[in-house]
Each structure stands twice: as structure tokens, then as C-alpha cells.
Design a binder for this molecule. Sequence first.
Ligand code: AMP
Length: 604
Amino acid sequence: MSKIVGIDLGTTNSLIGVMEAGFPVLLADRDGQRLTPSVVHYSAPGAEPLVGGAAKRIRGVKPKETVYSVKRFMGRRGSEIAREDMIVTYPVKGQGVDPITIEVHGRDYSPEEVSAEILKKLKADAEAALGETIDRAVVTVPAYFNDAQRNATKKAGELAGMQIERIINEPTAAALAYGLDKLKKRARIAVYDLGGGTFDISILELNDGVFQVLSTNGNTRLGGDDIDAALTDELARRLAEQLKMHVENGLLARLREEAEAAKCRLSFEEKVDIALPFVQGEKSFTTTITREQLEILARPIVEKTRANCLRSLSDAKLKPEELDEVILVGGQTRMPLVFRTVKEIFKREPNTTVNPDEAVALGATIQGGILSGEISNMVLLDITPLSLGIETFGGLMNVIIPRNTTIPTKAGELFTTAVDKQKSMKIHVVQGEREMVKDNWSLGQFEIEFEPAPKGVPRVGVQFEIDANGILSVLARDIKTGHQKVVEMKSAVDVSDSEVEKMVAESVEHAFDDIAERQWIETKIKSGAMLEGTRKALAQVGKSIVDDEVKEIEQLMTNVEHALEKGNLAELHEANAALDKGTVALADLVMDLALQAALERKLK
Ligand code: AMP
């Protein structure tokens, strides 16, 4: 079987590895570099782009033609990107439902195409190092990547000429790299991953060599880049003050490089001198940044991870003391402030025995080894970060696969129609934690057709299946005829996304309102059905019922209508119950008449 490489396609840097004689080994490029900056520079229209270190070096002088942090745009539409994220040095296009594109030399590139260039370089470097063709890979993604983002990653791999055998969550890969599978029979591990552009916290449980993700949380827009930006702003402020000049984009890009380099050095040094010669004619810019000053700027950013960690612990129903291990992943965790913050949150010294830049790629490589059969007896289980379900009557979300379910998984439910003579049912697939569909994210929709029948008669089975890559297929089947449709939720245009952590926080914040709204809608639906049923019954029984009784029932119906108008849930409950009770005799009468009619038909 051909080799399966492991790839960490990072926001800032990417890596590739392969199993050699039972060990995961990361491969270097011709310059001996294992860390490939995830930067692509398009030098001229139609020319082969420059990728990696060379592109990163050019970024300062050619900011408009050099694409970095493209992972933030993978599988996303314009409306899903916050304004501040649109501010990069290269032109990003895409408004509303349009997928994001990047315009360079008058051509629009998709984020997948840009990522494919990074993957092509990794593939070529690996082929040169190994002397054989590589066409199969395992690629990692942040735990919070939704279907569209995972699919975009898969597509990037295909564009680069590789079959993506498996997409795995970065924290899960990291735990493998730390060799935690050999820790002891049963252990709980927190993986704190702060990279350049994303933050993930996952709590894993290990049982006899099998990993299961108990909970995940994070922020798809938080990382070392934000600290760089804060330090860049500070440097720009100092420069403007020192040289009494306006800081243009080109200069800002230079300052950004200085800021990142200074930040990294300040992880090991107490202060760093920065000197930028010939900023304005002969004039140079010089300044000193201390670790303390950097920490003041970085603290609010690092602090943001605390809430995610606490939520992840509470989702896993664990106290910090119950964890066996906390591991650090992502280059930004080298910052002493990050180490201290993690230690404080989890009340234990984090494990830093694996290079935090390389842990994810090593884990992906190990997973590649498992898939190609080079390593046995290890299984990886992942979970769904958000609940998945479909829209039901009244705009309510009906959950089919709850949040934090172990994948691969399959679950289904039977649904029926709410209106007479309905010919089809809309299957609107929704992801999120809120009770109302409008507050969740739409993943796509399709129709399943069936023979028209009275309401409540058609039976449509809806089944959700999530494969090992976290990709969702939805099957809808008309039970009567067996007619069915299977739709894979994948394209960036069909799938919308926003921040998972925002969704979870909002669901907690709005829990009471949401439940009240659900109760109101459910009660309202019940009122509608009862009013319609009562009207029909009254018409059916005609003169077989005395006027007084009719009046009484009509009054009860009016009470329901009033309660509906007023929007008072308790009152509506009461009115529904009264109408229910007040129509028992009517229902009996309808039944008697039906029986009588049937009998008469028989006697004829
Ligand atoms: P990753 O996405 O895991 O490659 O992490 C990259 C991020 O880690 C970038 O923001 C880097 O600036 C940051 N980083 C790398 N090395 C260090 C270091 N020694 N100290 C602080 N941050 C670092």
C-alpha cells in the first residue's frame, strides 16, 4: 500500500510527515525547513506562485499579491466573516451569500485554490525527500470547522493532486503525538491549542488506547496573529510619534514582521530592541519592547481563552482536578503568559514535552500510519461540535444528532405532514444550539416528494449520517413508496457558518426566552389544530347538537383566539385545556355519527 502522509495545514505554518520504520518523521524542504509558512505569493499573472518562506519574505514589499492566513476564509461566505477579518493586506471579495475570493492580478482565487498551492509545495517537498510519489494524505482541521470548512479542506487536497483519506481534529492529533495513548488505562486530557489564527480547547478521554473527545470548544478567530496585530499597532503608534509621520500599508507590513519576531523572542528574553532603518529618507525607527509591555497587550487576548476552557470542562462534566494531563499545542503557547494562564485555569503544570509547533503534524502522520496499516490497535473517535437537526412546523429546530455525539454516527426520526394534500416535504438541515431555526445556521435544504394524502398520513424517515471525516449526509425516505433522496451537505454556498462559541454562549444566554418561545409555538400549533378540528366537527354534526352547546363551544374557541392574540402562554394553555374539555361530547357525537353512517352503508 502506498504511503499516507500526515499534514497540518495551519493558519500560519504547515507541516508534512510520514511514518518511517514505525516512527512519525516530519519532512524538511530543500532548505532544511520543516515549518512551511502558509503564505502564497503570486508574482505575475499565470506564473507559478511562490510558497512558504520565500513568499513570507516578499510579503512586506508585495502585500497585495501575497496571501496569508487563508485558512480563516476556507469554506466561508462573505456574510460570515467579521469586518475586521476582512482587513488583510490583499483584496478579499465576497458579500452576503457569496463565497470568499481573493483577487490577485485581476483573477479571483478561492481559498481552496490558495491552500492547494501550500499543499502542492508540501507534497513536492515530501516527494523529493522520499523519492516516491505521494498521493494520499491525512489533513487536520480545527475542531470547530463545520462541514463547509472541512469540505473546502478536502477539496484543497484534491486540487493539489492528493486523495484525502481522513480529516481529523487538530487536538485529537496532538494527543496522539504526545503519546498519551500509552499514559495509562484510563486518562482525561485537556488539549490547549493556541496557534496563529485559531484557538481550540478539547477534553479527551482515553480508554484502553482509544481516544474519545468528551467536549470541544474554541474560537476560530483568535490566535498569535491577534497578538501580532496588537503589537504592530503599538509599534505604529510609537513610530508615528517618533518620526512624526503617517504609517502607510507597506510600512505596516514591515512593522508586522518585526512585531512577530519580537513577540517570539520575548518568550525567551526579557526585552528586545527593534530597529527599522531608512523609514523616511535617512531616518530610522528604534524602540525597545519588554516582556512586561507585550504581556499587557497580549493579556486581553490570552484571557479570552479562559471562558472556552471553563465551558469545555463543564461540557465534559469535569473539574480541573479530575484531569490527568494538560498539553500545549500551537506555537503561541511558548509565550510564558500563555503557560501561566493555562496553569491557572487547569490548576496544573501543562505538559510541554512535544514541540508545540509539530504536535499536530506528528499526530496526523501517526493517523496516516494507522490508516495505511503501519500502526495497529489504535482508534480515534471524534465528536460533533454542534447539534444537527431539521426544521419542523412553526420554525422549530428538531435535533437529530445532539452536540458532542461521538462520530461516526447515524440517527434518524420519522416525520409527517401538517397540512392536507401536501405533495412534498422540505428537509431543511440546521446546525446550532438554539430552539428556533432562525437563530441557528442553515446547512442546506431539499424537497422529498410523495403522493398527496391527508395531513398526518405521509411518513418520511429522515436519517443523518456523519462519517469519520465529520461530513454529514442526509437521507429522506418516503416510507410508503421507498422513494428516497440522499444529499451531502458540502458546498460553501449551501452551508453557512458563524462562530461556534458564540452560538453556544447565545444558547445559554437565551435559554429561558428560547424555551418560552418553543412552548409558545408548540401551544399555538396545538390551538390551530384544535380550532380547525372543532370547526370541522361542528359542521359535521350540524343540527344534531343544541344551539346552547354550540354557543358554549364557540365561546371556548373565542377564548383561544383571544389568548392567541394576546400572546399569553399561560392563558393559551388554559384556553386550550378548556376547549379540549368542552368538546369531549362533540367528539363523541362525531364518532357516533361516523359509526351510524358506516352501519347504514353496510345495511344498504
Ligand atoms: P501555529 O499556528 O501553531 O504554527 O502557531 C503559530 C503562532 O505561534 C504564530 O502566531 C507565531 O508567531 C507563534 N509563535 C511561534 N513561536 C513562538 C514563540 N517562541 N513565542 C511566542 N509565539 C510564538
